[in-house]
Design a protein around this ligand. Structure first.
Ligand SMILES: *Cc1c(COP(=O)(O)O)cnc(C)c1O
Length: 352
């Protein structure tokens, strides 16, 4: 009888909470849809795609548009079917079976998922109790365990905390392995290492169109690094990994630099207001909730009432992300955030 191997036998499909939630603040997506004029341009362009032909194998125009947005060279960029695909490509390509890689806890859960599929050995490095990262511990553990790859998000999903550039540089200089630095949320902060990719031979940065750029639906992400590393990614990825329609849409959007920057500003201002409202709630209930300082478009809230708050909001059609001892709340539109705050206040009044 055929038996699926033990590596994947017990896996279950990734299924986010679905159903009819009025307000979705669980996936860190942008609450903005693309401007109508941009959508019209995109529709016209899509009409002209030869769908009978394979897409551009290296997503050349898309990588140009991305590089143009950040003022870098497109030779330093590879595109993927979401940065998720690139995480998988990097793990499978840069690690040999049995190689060690280091990830931090808590951090983005997909790293360890792809790590286990690639049959690499995970070295877990614990963060401090307050979720901050002790850089010296990270460096010491990576070197002591002789890991081949270190991966972490900065700023971090789910904690929303960030490490500044000087600390990132210290890690890059002092470890001996490849460092995969996931800057999925760096549009919302100012400590990107994109300008320094050629200063380090071991730095790969991941970027995504799914968060600040409001294109989670088309699955586009990027890896950025020196030509040597990017050449290896291009060689090991599957040839037509980003479909023609996604290439077309993302390139068109990234060429509209002004609109993209405005969208980020709009998200940031909604986030700031939400942050203020959450902090006033914290002031009122200091022993019940603690909001972490956020460098992203979401807030991490430590609370012993995580389960209760999560269910209370769910019953009222608002979905946030539950992580056991803390909650993660994406900044939605101003109206959605106001709803959320109103319901949170009701929750705390209800428990007295
Ligand atoms: C959302 C997210 C991604 C996923 O990006 P996709 O491009 O949608 O696959 C990667 N890393 C982190 C830390 C994220 O939060």
């Amino acid at each position: 009888m055929y038996q699926i191997n033990e590596k994947i036998r017990d896996l279950t499909p990734y299924e986010p909470i679905s159903g009819n939630c009025r307000i979705r603040l669980d996936a860190n997506e942008s609450f903005l849809s693309l401007p109508e004029s941009m959508k019209a341009d995109i529709s016209r362009k899509i009409m002209n795609i030869d769908l009978n032909r394979y897409p551009n194998a290296l997503a050349a125009e898309l990588c140009e548009a991305f590089a143009g947005y950040y003022g870098i060279d497109s030779k330093n960029v590879a595109a993927g079917n979401g940065s998720d695909e690139l995480i998988s490509v990097i793990f499978n390509g840069f690690l040999m079976k049995g190689d060690k890689y280091a990830s931090l806890t808590k951090d983005f859960s997909m790293y360890d998922f792809y790590g286990s599929i690639s049959e690499a050995v995970n070295i877990k490095i614990a963060k401090n109790e307050d979720f901050s990262i002790d850089v010296d511990t990270v460096i010491r553990e990576c070197n002591r365990e002789d890991v081949k790859l270190l991966v972490f998000s900065n700023p971090c999903n789910p904690t929303s905390l960030g490490l500044d550039r000087s600390k990132i540089r210290k890690i890059l200089r002092e470890v001996k392995c490849l460092v995969v630095l996931d800057e999925a949320y760096m549009e919302f902060w100012n400590q990107s290492m994109l300008g320094e990719i050629n200063d380090f031979d071991n730095l790969l940065i991941l970027k995504t169109c799914s968060k600040a750029f409001g294109m989670a639906g088309i699955r586009v992400g990027f890896a950025v690094g020196n030509k040597n590393l990017i050449g290896a990614i291009k060689a090991v990825k599957s040839p037509y990994n980003v479909n023609s329609i996604s290439q077309c849409i993302a390139a068109q959007v990234l060429r509209c630099r002004k609109e993209c920057r405005e969208a980020v500003e709009t998200i940031l201002s909604a986030k700031e207001k939400l942050g203020k409202d959450l902090l006033s709630l914290e002031e009122k209930y200091p022993d019940k909730i603690k909001i972490l300082p956020s460098n992203t478009n979401f807030f991490a809230m430590r609370t012993e009432h995580a389960k209760g708050i999560f269910s209370f909001l769910m019953d009222r059609g608002i979905v946030i992300r539950f992580f056991g001892d803390f909650l993660r709340i994406t900044a939605g539109s101003p109206a959605e955030n106001a709803e959320l705050i109103k319901e949170l206040k009701e929750y705390f009044e209800s428990i007295g």
